[in-house]
Design a protein around this ligand. Sequence first.
Ligand code: PMP
Length: 392
Amino acid sequence: MLNDLKQQPADALLALIKLHNSDPRADKIDLGVGVYRTGDGETPVFAAIKAAEKKLAEEQESKAYLGPEGDMGFVEKLMPYVFGKANPTMDGRIEGMQTPGGTGSLRLALAMVKRAGYKRVIVGKPSWPNHNQICADLGLGVLEFNHATPDGTTDMDALRGAIASAEDGDAILLHGCCHNPTGIDYSNGEWDEIASLLASSKILPVLDLAYQGLGHGMEEDAYGLRRVLATVPEALICYSCDKNFGLYRDRVGALYAMVVDPADLARVMSNGHALARANWSQPPDHGAAAVRLVLEDEALTTQWLAELDQMRDRMREVRATLASAGKTGGVDLTPIGIQNGLFSIVPFTAEQVQEMRTKHGIYFAGSGRINVAGLTTGNIQKFIAAVADVTA
Ligand code: PMP
């Protein structure tokens, strides 16, 4: 009976939004939900996307079904950015399909992993919680390894150990850049090592690229993904445009598969199409069509990349300001300067997280994950002073 269903925990971040909204203090700060904010605290639609949406409204002549693969023009236009302009299909070995956001892509990728006979996924700890949730929902086992060390760098020994202890039937899920929730990414040298370790293993890489361009740049942020793809025979790539095109609720993503022999691609991808049919049939069109229009138009592409640069520069500035505060109360904010993307973790205790909320009106996840884009020139000193106060 439906009545047998058990109560599920509310999404902690959505509960946090409610808490923040009901706080009457004018100088409260929201560092919870993972969206970019400008120096004025806004999450505007990119101007390049606005222009593309206008064009879409004027020029789109039909909304008839496209098929489970969605807008293939979008999927193909994105490939040079992800896989490099020189050889975006890796000699015909890569093909993709549109998905509802990066989440839809991960859902399909992991369902394909399961269908292909894999039993377990190696996942860093902590990771974006949905990674583990999707694995659990699909009945895939999870082998966790420690992602970061207490000094704010990657725990390469843990990753080496996890790869060495992998068994037949293991896949590995790696964040391409701007790790969520830690902001702690592998260096290029570490990616070189990871690529060669994976090449000499039987592990299937699943690469999650949800923040390309938010770390150090579009090319720079693709380094690890491209290194791994250059050395391994097969991989799945889960891509989200929801952050780097600011399309969050429009749900824009893509799934790509890389195989050994181009002759096998159609058969492999037919599984993605069949799984899409059984999940959402077809992805929503609007956002992906807008991205395609941006990428088909040189001027709009230039505008989009400039807007992305501006976002990244602002986040790097916030990070630099936090890092320059150095040791603040009982915590050291210095490592935040070399971390990437929207998130970093400040090692608060549970009591300190509460005190930041109640005493200072500063809201972020219980894990201590802060969205650095929630900080502005107007509130960053208040944040630093509050950190000093609660951790002293
Ligand atoms: N992967 C990671 C690591 C993420 O943080 C997110 C979103 N927060 C996603 C994938 C999925 O993004 P979306 O479904 O919003 O496109």
